[in-house]
Design a protein around this ligand. Structure first.
Ligand SMILES: Cc1cc2nc3c(=O)[nH]c(=O)nc-3n(C[C@H](O)[C@H](O)[C@H](O)COP(=O)(O)OP(=O)(O)OC[C@H]3O[C@@H](n4cnc5c(N)ncnc54)[C@H](O)[C@@H]3O)c2cc1C
Length: 281
């Protein structure tokens, strides 16, 4: 077991040994594959765990460091023959190639030979429901669907047709503005790679496209979310920025009008282990 404090406070310096562009389409941010060579120092890096990097502008101070850590899911890990080092591969999507100032942009700008401080590894925060009959809601609060990439891969790896309903929502204000359909045109700005595209396709069910019976709007998305939360076994996955998640809570509480109803339903799911979230400050 890794000591969480060591993972957060003592980064390991890694060197970029390979960099290639996986996706470079007009009108959308690039996706880059980075292979980082590092000495694991007794920590166990594995595919599907997360590593983190300290975003530009955040202090190396242990009291504030966690707020600036950005997570990236490890795609694969390879041992380097005759050495005690390993190669850790991650994929990074540049969500804002024009004004890029954040961690994604910084990682994409790295060149072969550059070094970067790696924090972690950390456990991936999301696990799929047992079986394939539960309903699932994925909410990207200001960060798109990328945090759920590995969750989709995990579900796909089980080779089961998903029988439950799946609702995927994302958006910059409340995380509920846009119904995500993995559509090659409409959702092109979220495209990651072929494997991820297929994993999200496998997760989609007939319900995903017909969740809304009228034109998409945040209100219709909120109704769809609330309906699904009231139907049988449901797992809600929430990732993104804390402020956006708080705006979602406020929007849902306002939408339902009855005081406390949203918090009650949310708390019941948390208590049952059916509400899984990972939020940045
Ligand atoms: C569990 C987990 C796993 C993740 N795995 C990966 C991974 O494998 N690869 C990867 O590239 N990213 C991954 N992410 C997302 C990553 O951690 C960062 O959130 C992302 O790179 C943005 O960080 P930033 O510092 O560049 O942007 P920030 O400076 O944090 O954000 C700047 C602005 O951009 C907006 N923004 C951020 N992300 C998006 C987006 N996707 N679409 C639209 N607007 C956005 C924010 O709302 C904010 O307004 C993962 C996140 C989680 C929680």
């Amino acid at each position: 077991m890794n000591k969480p404090d060591a993972a957060v406070e003592d980064p390991i310096v890694a060197r970029v040994v390979h960099k290639s562009v996986v996706v470079d389409q007009a009108g959308t941010g690039r996706v880059v594959k980075l292979m980082l060579n590092l000495t694991p120092q007794g920590r166990s890096f594995a595919a599907g765990s997360d590593v983190a990097f300290l975003a530009p502008g955040y202090a190396m101070d242990s009291s504030t460091i966690a707020a600036g850590l950005r997570r990236y899911t490890v795609e694969s890990v390879g041992a380097v023959p005759f050495e005690d080092s390993i190669d850790v591969t991650i994929f990074v999507r540049d969500h804002d190639p024009v004004n890029g100032v954040g961690m994604a942009h910084h990682l994409i700008d790295l060149a072969k030979g550059d070094t970067v401080a790696v924090y972690g590894p950390f456990a991936y925060p999301f696990y799929p429901p047992m079986g394939s009959r539960s309903n699932m809601v994925l909410i990207g609060a200001g960060c798109g669907m990328v945090p759920f990439r590995w969750l989709a891969h995990k579900v796909q790896a089980r080779k089961l047709d998903w029988m439950g309903k799946v609702l995927m929502l994302e958006g910059p204000q409340t995380g509920l503005e846009h119904l995500y359909l993995n559509d090659p045109d409409q959702d092109q700005d979220q495209y990651f790679d072929t494997a991820t595209y297929r994993a999200f396709e496998a997760l989609k069910t007939r319900y995903s496209a017909t969740a809304l019976d009228r034109r998409e709007s945040t209100v219709a998305n909120m109704d769809a979310l609330w309906r699904l939360m009231g139907q049988g076994s449901v797992f809600v996955y929430l990732a993104g920025y804390r402020a956006v998640a708080e705006a979602m809570d406020e929007a849902m509480a306002r939408h339902l009008r009855l005081p406390g109803r949203w918090q009650e339903a949310r708390s019941a799911l948390v208590k049952a282990g059916h509400w899984l979230e990972f939020l940045y400050d």
